[in-house]
Design a protein. Structure first.
Lengths: 453, 291
């Protein structure tokens, strides 16, 4: 082996290092550096991810050759965690989905960019009122909903009709129906999802909204967890628990859809058009139709007039710290371009109902085979929108978009603890509500949101 | 060395920098953070001194999480020891297939926590889980048991954790067993000592040191265990019934978004462990075998 002197070795190493570094930088030096637009969203269905890639992303990358879009589809809980970590690190994505109850919190911290120009370009008057002003603060828009879904009961219509009962209007009707549909040891009437987000935030918000209550007193922001509307709702939930499988609090939302499709329960407490996919996959072949499975509105409480469900529609948001905000807005224009948006909405029909009024009853939109087959589910969605039976996830009243601490209230698990102690633990609703009220007051005080004396 | 003290320090510098940056700085920063009211992701903070500590002293959630942590760590520790030591004793004997079994025993410890938890959640699911299926088929229960519900979630969590972590005890204990001189056992046998007496008077004293270390390490590991607990129940309504201190600290930091309070909980957890370790050392200090 030939001897290599130290001097030669060092010189060779220096040349190799410089060469490697220059090669690594070559695209930049040649003006070919590809910039990456980070886009995070919550639509995890593979066909939806592929549709976005093949439509709006493909056109964007063609139009802006120096850019690549990296889309990341994350489940809601994962997105939330990842987003908070990214914000803490000061490097959020360029464009992301947010839930409306988080938007106010981020807006008050000056983290969001207004998007009035985009909204006007999309057609302000054509965007459905149920979503248009959810991210509207101080005269400016800070978000635009990607599509509309809704949560409601999915029921075994055939079983209910066999009992000669109508869809329930009130808590009392619902308990009567639940008792009738429970077949001890064989089938339970209903099942709530065990995830904290749903049983500890989405449903309690619906209960408050459907029973004349609200999370906080509108002027003072004092929590209202031990008010009459919540106490009545807790009493209802405790009674409903008797008609649910014992282990529901340890199961997940998707488990409840599978349980409905396979006949283990008669009503999925949290359902949406995504349920259709489960029915078509797991229900007995002769039952995969709207004659057997139907959506059903929520009942209302003694203080309410109409049952309210959560509108599942995250909004796109662009952060003040986004690296490429202009390109993010450009991408959104392409995302909502009719030909692309139609394909996007068709990737999970009905679950992704268009935000544009002109498209909801558009012949092309309705021509999708699944919408044709499950037309009654689409009509139900439209009826709910027209009758104002939906409120964004976690909202107890429309004005909750201005409450800046709903994300923290949800995250604290205070409401979830109260609900689980009352429903599963069988504890006294008043005592648990008082405890939750005390904890919530402490939390808001710590967050500097206390306005009451 | 005395002639070139600077060279010595320069050689030590990378290690010192690494230690300082990766160990000391996070600890000091965490203590500093615990004295502030700090939002999880907003660059706003205010000095509050010991206010968070005073708050937690009166916080029912904190004491509940300590209680759940002690129950979880205590029971998993005892069961890991029983199972691990028994398995190690068995694997120390000569029999056909011993080497294969030694490898198999390590399996739970080698798989990622997420896989272990998903596996057990699937097995224990009350709608479609294998455990309930077998119980029902065997006529042992009439309706499925809600293993992941309020009444059994702690047992399920303990079962999963013991299954996943007992191989640590097996490996550590077995390593020590293999170094005990066989002559000791032969002599005891000649003297007429049965299996139990040999275990009590030879094995146990000989393995005392390793047991001391196992108990210490596993107590710390289990009391600070986050991933298994979180994955098993963290996002669910039942988390209330297994909310240990690390989970509560995480929640304060990343779901309540109160990083300062989360940091205070981490400091408290450290102090609790420090106190428990000191008591443990003191209790066994007089024992020469341990010292």
């Amino acid at each position: 082996m030939r001897h290599v002197s130290r001097r030669h070795f060092l010189a060779g190493a220096a040349v190799a290092t410089t060469g490697t570094a220059l090669l690594g930088r070559a695209p930049a030096a040649l003006g070919q550096q590809v910039r990456e637009l980070q886009v995070w969203h919550t639509e995890v269905e593979p066909q939806t991810v592929k549709t976005i890639q093949d439509t709006s992303i493909a056109e964007f990358e063609k139009k802006f050759p120096g850019f690549k879009i990296k889309q990341q589809a994350l489940g809601w809980g994962d997105l939330n965690t990842k987003l908070l970590a990214a914000l803490a690190a000061g490097s959020p994505p360029d464009l992301t989905h947010l839930n409306p109850f988080m938007t106010a919190s981020l807006y008050t911290k000056n983290l969001l960019r207004p998007m009035d120009e985009l909204i006007r370009a999309l057609g302000e008057k054509d965007i459905h009122e149920a979503t248009l002003k959810l991210q509207y603060f101080d005269g400016k828009y800070y978000g635009v909903t990607h599509a509309m879904g809704a949560t409601y009961f999915a029921e075994r219509r055939d079983l209910r009709e066999a009992k000669g009962l109508k869809p329930p209007e009130t808590y009392t009707d619902m308990l009567t129906l639940a008792a009738a549909l429970t077949d001890e040891g064989k089938r339970w009437a209903t099942q709530m999802p065990g995830e904290k987000l749903y049983m500890g935030f989405v449903h309690p918000a619906e209960w408050l909204a459907g029973n004349g209550g609200s999370w906080v007193e509108p002027k003072t922001w004092r929590p209202q967890l031990n008010g009459k509307p919540m106490l009545e709702a807790l009493d209802y939930a405790q009674k409903l628990n008797k008609f649910m499988p014992q282990g529901w609090s340890g199961q997940k939302y998707l488990d409840t859809l599978a349980a409905l499709a396979t006949g283990k329960i008669a009503m999925a407490h949290l359902s949406g058009a995504r349920t259709i996919g489960y029915i078509e996959r797991y229900a007995p072949e002769t039952m995969r139709d709207p004659d057997h499975f139907q959506p059903m509105f929520r009942p209302h409480g003694p203080q309410g007039r109409v049952g309210i469900s959560a509108l599942d529609g995250e909004n796109w948001a662009v952060f003040t710290q986004s690296k490429y905000p202009n390109e993010a807005f450009e991408f959104l224009r392409l995302f909502y371009k009719k030909e692309h948006y139609m394909k996007y909405c068709h990737s999970v029909p009905i679950h992704l109902t268009p935000i544009f009024k002109s498209m909801i009853n558009d012949a092309e939109y309705l021509s999708n085979p699944r919408i044709k087959k499950w037309r009654s589910w689409h009509d139900f969605m439209v009826r709910g929108l027209n009758e104002h039976r939906f409120l964004p996830i976690g909202f107890s009243r429309p004005e909750d978009n201005l409450v800046p601490f709903l994300a923290e209230l949800d995250g604290s698990g205070i409401v979830a603890d109260m609900v689980v102690e009352v429903m599963v633990g069988g504890k006294d609703p008043k005592a648990e509500a008082d405890r939750a009220q005390k904890r919530a007051e402490e939390l808001l005080t710590q967050l500097g949101a206390k306005r009451w004396s | 060395m005395n002639r070139h003290p600077l060279v010595g320090w320069l050689l030590l510098a990378p290690s010192l920098l690494l230690l300082g940056g990766l160990v000391l700085f996070p600890i000091v920063y965490n203590v500093w953070l615990s004295l502030h009211d700090k939002h999880a992701f907003m660059p706003v903070q205010a000095f509050v001194g010991l206010r968070h500590y005073v708050y937690f002293a009166q916080d029912a959630e904190f004491w509940s999480s300590v209680r759940y942590g002690v129950i979880y760590a205590g029971l998993t520790l005892v069961l890991q020891l029983l199972l691990g030591v028994s398995a190690a004793l068995l694997l120390n004997e000569g029999f056909r297939g011993r080497n294969l079994l030694r490898g198999v025993v390590l399996f739970p410890y080698m798989i990622p926590t997420i896989v272990a938890v998903i596996l057990w959640k699937w097995l224990l699911n009350d709608s479609y889980g294998l455990v309930n299926h077998l119980l029902l088929a065997g006529g042992l229960v009439r309706t499925p048991v809600a293993w992941l519900g309020k009444d059994h979630i702690m047992e399920s969590l303990i079962l999963t954790s013991v299954w996943q972590f007992f191989p640590f005890v097996v490996v550590t204990y077995l390593a020590r067993l293999q170094t005990i001189a066989p002559e000791l056992y032969e002599a005891a046998k000649v003297d007429g000592a049965g299996a139990w007496r040999r275990f009590r008077h030879i094995t146990l004293p000989q393995t005392r040191n390793v047991l001391f270390v196992i108990v210490l390490l596993r107590s710390i590991f289990m009391f600070t265990k986050f991933d298994t607990v979180w994955l098993m129940a963290g996002e669910g309504g039942v988390s209330r019934y297994v909310r240990t201190l690390p989970v509560y600290a995480y929640a304060r930091s990343f779901t309540y978004l109160q990083a300062g309070m989360g940091a205070a909980l981490a400091v408290l957890m450290f102090l609790l462990l420090l106190a428990a370790t000191a008591v443990y050392f003191r209790a066994l200090r007089g024992d020469e075998a341990v010292a």
